[in-house]
Design a binder for this molecule. Sequence first.
Ligand SMILES: Cc1cc2nc3c(=O)[nH]c(=O)nc-3n(C[C@H](O)[C@H](O)[C@H](O)COP(=O)(O)OP(=O)(O)OC[C@H]3O[C@@H](n4cnc5c(N)ncnc54)[C@H](O)[C@@H]3O)c2cc1C
Ligand code: FES
Length: 265
Amino acid sequence: MHQEEAKVLWNRKVGPEYYRIGLTCEGGYSNARPGQFIMLRFPGRITPFLRRPFSIHQRILADGRTTGIELLYKVVGEGTKILSEIQTDDVVDILGPLGNGFFISNAHKDIYIVAGGIGVAPMVFLASYLEERGINPSRCTVFLGGRSTEDLLCRDDFLRIGMKLHITTDDGSAGDQCFVTHPLEAEFDKRRPDIVYACGPMDMLKCVIGIAEKYAAPCQVSIETMMACGIGACLGCAVERKGASDKYMHACMDGPVFDADMIKI
Ligand SMILES: Cc1cc2nc3c(=O)[nH]c(=O)nc-3n(C[C@H](O)[C@H](O)[C@H](O)COP(=O)(O)OP(=O)(O)OC[C@H]3O[C@@H](n4cnc5c(N)ncnc54)[C@H](O)[C@@H]3O)c2cc1C
Ligand code: FES
């Protein structure tokens, strides 16, 4: 874990409420894992008082070396509004990489990736990480769901890698008009994957976990909780453990990625 003032390389609007911000980083990110996150604050500003958590969306590479990271974020409140107004060459204070990240095994060949809305943010890093590890992209299927076509981000990132893509929207403006878990279950019916990775709204995660359980497939989910510190100090990010006397874990230290059979959500 490393704290630094990171220079902003770009901060581009990529959708009505969505932005991609590129940051230079001194160190620590070459070994970052997909699913890990950073805590961000604005130097010299009193508000917002607390840092905000964001997943690592991509690594920025130069000559094979990691020189920075990119975040993909949605403007939902004060902190993300301020972030959207940040200019190139400004600095932000980041602490990271934090958390555990997805567990990746070369034994897993058939992979389902499920992303709902801004839950796609860590999944692009996951997809490129799997590609680097020589996993055959044609055996990876991405299920991407959003409210509307503007909420479907990163389609080209997955297609460029060569992964299969199922698209759904709530309003039918792109792909099938249904929840993303519908095509997921249909694919499960045809072929059980070696692992499912999921990130998105809690209701979507519950449904993904239910499907994986039904077909006895391993499943890892990245959970979003409120996080005030990101380093195990505030105990504000408790996640209930399934069937154990030591009842709670912390999303910032034990997660944000959990094996589905470990947690109660
Ligand atoms: C591990 C982790 C990784 C995350 N990665 C990303 C990412 O890559 N991109 C991204 O856009 N967002 C991500 N988030 C969510 C992001 O941290 C919040 O959207 C952000 O903190 C909101 O700050 P704000 O000041 O703009 O909103 P606030 O003014 O604090 O809140 C505005 C609204 O957003 C809700 N909100 C605030 N924080 C969260 C949260 N953590 N989860 C769900 N709802 C929240 C509040 O309840 C409120 O309704 C992540 C959260 C976690 C825990
Ligand atoms: S965010 Fe403070 S303990 Fe997890």
